[in-house]
Design a binder for this molecule. Structure first.
Ligand code: ADP
Ligand code: GN1
Ligand code: MG
Length: 365
């Protein structure tokens, strides 16, 4: 959903942005939505930025349900932040609204768009460079879960059904194998053998949920490290972003995805998977930060499953990349033919490395 400048300007008007339009540029490295940063100059010369995002309706079948969640969650977070006397920088993304008080608007083709005030003076990272970053990121995502534990009202909408239902994700991979839509099956024999060998173990989290061994909570569900903005001066977590998938889930979906995104030695799409391993010092940073903010609400069983969740969620996302490769790259944005295959191979290498280190990671607990 590429937007023209005229289209962005029209949408900004609907979102009641004031001032003179100066610029609209594509922004960020997300795999799902189309993100732009818009710049306006207000009457007194103040320059303001806004994030405009076209919501990917292939991925999110019900954009108003997504926006209802985000509106409720960010309103609740704003109240918490206003009451926080710690003096620490803590923000939430803040939605712009239309004249009818809607948190989204439609473009001429019927696509859904939303807008946020841009968060300034922050950095986000695709690959972490030191354990302090890991610590800060995990601490912030833990606080985020904690803040949402008392979200009032009904259960949040499931914006993508069974998003982290690992056994279903494996089933979707086997379905993609059966269909072999893009004729790519011949390239992935080794990868499929590996996924067969770990399928049973990867069902552990969903089994624990079904057996009542761990509770459902409100979780973010997409906690890769570029979905949090760190203050550029202090390096502390400033703002959790990408709230499309905030919904009921297990804490392990968040911790596991932090391990996947934060401990890998390479980019998620490194072409040479022999370079991929889990960096233990990053795991240690994540664990320390996460336990610091979440230890008050975690049950012993939840805590015990944290290290294994890193392996499970890494491999779960590996099955999704591989299925998308077999389906002909229809879900994740790609910029080269083997992009999803490379991503899947990195997840396999990282999942193996986490698995090998599990006894040591358990000791860190
Ligand atoms: P996607 O679902 O495609 O990953 P995100 O919501 O994560 O979309 O946004 C993509 C990128 O845009 C982020 O990684 C971040 O760099 C930037 N971004 C999004 N919202 C904001 C915001 N409110 N302020 C500053 N940057 C933002
Ligand atoms: C997508 O939206 P983004 O780029 O932050 C995906 C996640 C994957 C991630 C892999 C809604 O996250 O589930 O883990 O890519 N989001 C959705 O990088 O599918
Ligand atoms: Mg994102």
């Amino acid at each position: 959903m590429k937007a023209t400048i005229e289209r962005l300007q029209r949408m900004a008007k609907k979102m009641r942005v004031k001032g003179k339009f100066l610029e609209g540029i594509p922004f960020g490295s997300g795999h799902i939505n189309d993100t732009y940063r818009l710049t306006f100059e207000e009457a007194d010369g103040t320059i303001r930025h806004y994030t405009f995002q076209g919501i990917n309706s292939n991925v999110f079948p019900n954009p108003p349900a997504v926006m209802e969640n985000i509106d409720r969650v960010t309103t609740h977070l704003q109240e918490k932040i206003a009451a926080d006397r710690s003096g620490k920088r803590r923000e939430t993304i803040r939605l712009l609204k239309t004249e009818d008080n809607l948190p989204y608007c439609l473009d001429l083709d019927g696509n859904y768009w939303r807008a946020y005030h841009f968060v300034e003076n922050v950095n986000s990272f695709d690959v972490l460079s030191n354990p302090e970053q890991a610590y800060q990121i995990a601490k912030s995502f833990g606080e985020f879960q904690c803040d949402l534990a008392d979200l009032p009202g009904k259960r949040l909408n499931e914006t993508i059904k069974d998003f982290h239902h690992t056994p279903n994700r494996f089933a979707q991979l086997w379905e993609a194998v059966k269909n072999d839509r893009a004729g790519r099956l011949k390239d992935v024999t080794k990868e499929l053998d590996y996924f067969h060998s770990v399928e049973e173990e990867c069902g552990t989290l969903v089994r624990a949920l079904n057996e009542g061994a761990v509770p459902e909570r409100v979780t973010h569900n997409d906690t890769k490290c570029n979905n949090i903005l760190l203050d550029e001066k202090t390096n502390e977590g400033a703002c959790v972003i990408d709230l499309d998938t905030v919904m009921p889930g297990l804490v392990h979906y968040d911790f596991g995805d932090m391990v996947r995104g934060g401990t890998g030695s390479t980019a998620e799409d490194e072409v040479d998977d022999s370079k991929v391993y889990m960096r233990k010092e990053m795991f240690e940073g994540l664990l320390k930060g996460y336990l610091e903010s979440a230890k008050n609400f975690l049950t012993p069983t939840e805590t015990e499953l944290l290290p294994l969740s890193g392996k499970i969620i890494t491999l779960e996302i590996g099955t999704r990349f591989l299925a998308d490769y077999l389906n002909g790259d229809v879900y994740f944005k790609t910029s080269r033919p083997n992009h999803n295959l490379d991503r899947a191979r990195v997840q396999i290498a990282l999942g193996k490395s986490i698995g090998d280190a599990l006894p040591e990671l358990m000791k860190m607990l």
